[in-house]
Design a protein around this ligand. Structure first.
Ligand SMILES: [Zn+2]
Length: 67
């Protein structure tokens, strides 16, 4: 099936019976991201998580060093 990336408007064709196609047809997934856009977003999400964890870790360390 043909799918269009919501970010860069690139049209790709994916296997009809792959998980993504099934999800799109079932409307569990209502937008398609091409691989480069998907990677960019997941990288950014991961970075945000790492930053969050880092701050959490720092706060904990600072607290324990005060005790
Ligand atoms: Zn894209």
């Amino acid at each position: 099936m043909k799918v269009q990336c919501v970010i860069c408007d690139k049209i790709e064709s994916i296997e009809d019976d792959c998980l993504r196609a099934k999800r799109l047809r079932n409307r569990k997934l209502n937008m398609y991201l091409c691989n480069p856009c998907h990677e960019r977003i997941s990288k950014r999400t991961k970075e945000r998580h790492q930053t969050g964890n880092f701050h959490l870790y720092q706060n904990k360390r600072q607290k324990s060093s005060l005790i």
